[in-house]
Ligand binder design. Structure first.
Ligand code: ADP
Length: 193
């Protein structure tokens, strides 16, 4: 009973929370962004392809991302549950995930929507740019990523809300506080005491 999605704007703190939730629930956190960055760093064919899109703040094409996730979800460690961070991000990806899960005879348990205001998100991302030097964290690219998120990904929440799966959590506050909020919301939803 722990197949979760984590959705939210860039800078909402998805990666940080995903790692903590994965540990708490004993499931792998699968971040498409991390997988792409790993491939970029190692200069694989996938990395070379992904880099051109990532550096502009654009999404990697659905066909590429979908194949990657289908493969990753077939691994042994994802059979008992998973937390997907940063996927799906487009309606095509929502359809693909539905199909992957249907093929496995499985279903999602909850979709965690992490919210954060744009000003705060931009501030965090600019900060991270200074600290970690991610190439897609320049101000221009950050703006582009936020635009694309609003246009392509934010509307997906209503698809999952229509299925009664969405748990909304405020991403502002201390890291521990946010983790606790998510756990409480998930446990309430899953009926854990
Ligand atoms: P953030 O949440 O901060 O935007 P991520 O680490 O999740 O960053 O993703 C970084 C980049 O990787 C995205 O801007 C995009 O280019 C690519 N990417 C990650 N996940 C996907 C996805 N599901 N579909 C397409 N591109 C993706």
């Amino acid at each position: 009973m722990s197949r979760f999605l984590l959705i939210g704007p860039p800078g909402a703190g998805k990666g940080t929370q995903a790692a903590r939730l994965a540990e708490a629930y004993g499931i792998p956190a699968i971040s498409t962004g991390d997988i792409f960055r790993f491939n970029v760093k190692n200069e694989t064919e996938l990395g070379k392809l992904a880099k051109s899109f990532m550096d502009r703040g654009e999404y990697v094409p659905d066909s590429v991302t979908n194949d990657l996730v289908r493969d990753r979800l077939s691994h042994e460690d994802a059979q008992a549950g998973f937390l997907l961070d940063g996927y799906p991000r487009t309606s095509d990806q929502v359809n693909e995930l539905d199909s992957i899960l249907a093929d496995q005879g499985r279903a999602l348990d909850a979709v965690i929507q992490l919210t954060a205001e744009t000003d705060e998100v931009v501030r965090r991302l600019l900060n991270r740019a200074i600290e970690q030097g991610r190439t897609d964290d320049t101000e221009e690219v950050i703006r582009r990523r936020l635009e694309i998120y609003e246009a392509e990904t934010a509307p997906l929440t209503s698809v999952y809300a229509g299925r009664g799966l969405v748990v909304m959590v405020d991403g502002l506050g201390a890291i521990d506080e946010v983790t606790e909020r998510i756990r409480e919301a998930l446990d309430a939803r899953l009926g854990v005491n």
